[in-house]
Unconditional design. Structure first.
Length: 119
């Protein structure tokens, strides 16, 4: 085996290790959409490219366009999810404040009744 093949194999192994280590966290909505869009675009591009005699170029172009479109769609979905989570957090905080005020009101009513009973 010559050194060129060994160097190429090492580079491939290093690239694979980087890809696998990058996937140790759960993917975000945008990342998932990018992957799905890229995969669908590549498949569609390969099919169209095969019809005109260049499946590799079609797959590359379709994959790039699909990934870009998937990233845009995923970004919008992720923004919507973030907004919904923020709104839910605000609602929860408001509900806690309402409960605190209701308890305070009940304490004031009890105190008022006790004062009325003393007189």
């Amino acid at each position: 085996m010559n050194t060129k093949h060994v160097a190429q194999g090492g580079a491939v192994a290093l690239a694979l290790a980087l890809v696998v280590s990058g996937c140790s966290q759960p993917l975000s909505t945008r990342e998932k959409s990018t992957l799905v869009g890229g995969g669908l675009g590549a498949a569609t591009g390969a099919i169209i490219g095969a019809a005109v005699g260049s499946p590799g170029a079609g797959a590359a172009i379709g994959g790039a366009l699909g990934a870009g479109t998937g990233a845009l769609v995923g970004d919008q979905m992720q923004k919507r999810d973030t907004q919904q989570a923020d709104q839910q957090q605000q609602l929860n905080a408001q509900q806690q404040e309402i409960q605190r005020q209701q308890q305070e009101l009940e304490q004031l009513k009890r105190k008022q009744r006790q004062q009325d009973d003393e007189y």
